[in-house]
Each structure stands twice: as structure tokens, then as C-alpha cells.
Design a protein around this ligand. Structure first.
Ligand SMILES: C[S@@+](CC[C@H](N)C(=O)[O-])C[C@H]1O[C@@H](n2cnc3c(N)ncnc32)[C@H](O)[C@@H]1O
Length: 129
């Protein structure tokens, strides 16, 4: 977890260290027989721009980053690359420690004048309808 904004975020920087790093995660996925996953290491702020520059489009974006800066950056950056009717879902806003994720979700709804299709257990929105 990178630096957090104490105005919104109750999780602490440095949380979510994974034993073995990204190779440990790859090995775990492999042990489960998962072959259709591509792991990309780094902050969204560094990894998303080159990916989006390829022109890739998404039918689903699942935002699971807990903190305000990451959720806000991810949703705003990926929005133009969502196809019409694409799902954008959130993992964390209903968790009381993740007020930053809720703040980002609220801004998503207000700024784009969209409605939630589902709120529990995970908020679900549709893009460009
Ligand atoms: C609740 S964990 C979820 C991880 C994963 N989706 C899972 O279910 O195991 C939140 C993750 O968001 C990541 N994160 C937070 N800010 C980020 C950012 N700016 N760029 C990339 N990842 C970020 C943290 O490193 C952490 O691993």
C-alpha cells in the first residue's frame, strides 16, 4: 500500500506485503491452475497509461484498491476505455475502514450523473448508458 491520505484512508502505508513478492503470487496462481491472468506490478499511475495507450477496451473494471487516491485515479483513467454498458465494480467502499474508496465512488456517481445497478455486497455501475 502506497502513501495514504489520512483525511480519507484508515489503512496504513506498507500493508499487503506478499511473501515472495510477485513471483510468489505467480506461483500461487499457477498452483491453482489459473492460466489466464496477467500480473502487472506497480502503481496504477505508472502502469495504466502505457496499457491504455495500446487502445485496449474493457467490459469490466473491478476497483479493489482501498484508498482514495488509487480508486479515484483508476476510475477516472479507465472510464474512457470502458465500452458502452461495461461494468465498473468496487470491492471496498462498504467497509468502514475504506472511506476513501467510498469518497471516490461518490465522486464517480455525482460527476457522471450515473446510478448504482447494485450496492451490496459490492457497488456495481454501468458505463456510458
Ligand atoms: C485490498 S488489497 C486488494 C488486492 C487484490 N485485489 C486482492 O483481492 O487480493 C488493495 C490493494 O490495492 C493496492 N493499491 C493501492 N493503491 C494502489 C495504486 N495506486 N496502484 C496500484 N495498486 C494499489 C495495494 O497494494 C493493495 O494490494
Amino acid at each position: 500500500m502506497p502513501t495514504v491520505d489520512e483525511q480519507y484512508d484508515m489503512v496504513e502505508a506498507g500493508r499487503f506485503q506478499v511473501e515472495g513478492g510477485i513471483e510468489g503470487i505467480r506461483a500461487y496462481a499457477s498452483s491453482l491452475g489459473l492460466k489466464n491472468i496477467e500480473f502487472v506490478q506497480g502503481l496504477f499511475q505508472d502502469t495504466l497509461p502505457p496499457l491504455l495507450a495500446t487502445g485496449v477496451k474493457f467490459g469490466l473494471a473491478h476497483v479493489d484498491a482501498d484508498i482514495y487516491s488509487a480508486c479515484k485515479y483508476a476510475q477516472d483513467t479507465v472510464w474512457p476505455s470502458l465500452v458502452k454498458g461495461a461494468y465498473i465494480t468496487y470491492d471496498d467502499p462498504l467497509d468502514s475502514t475504506n472511506m476513501g474508496a467510498m469518497q471516490a465512488l461518490e465522486e464517480m456517481i455525482v460527476e457522471r450523473d450515473i446510478r448504482t445497478e447494485q450496492m451490496f455486497p459490492h457497488p456495481v455501475l454501468r458505463a456510458h448508458l
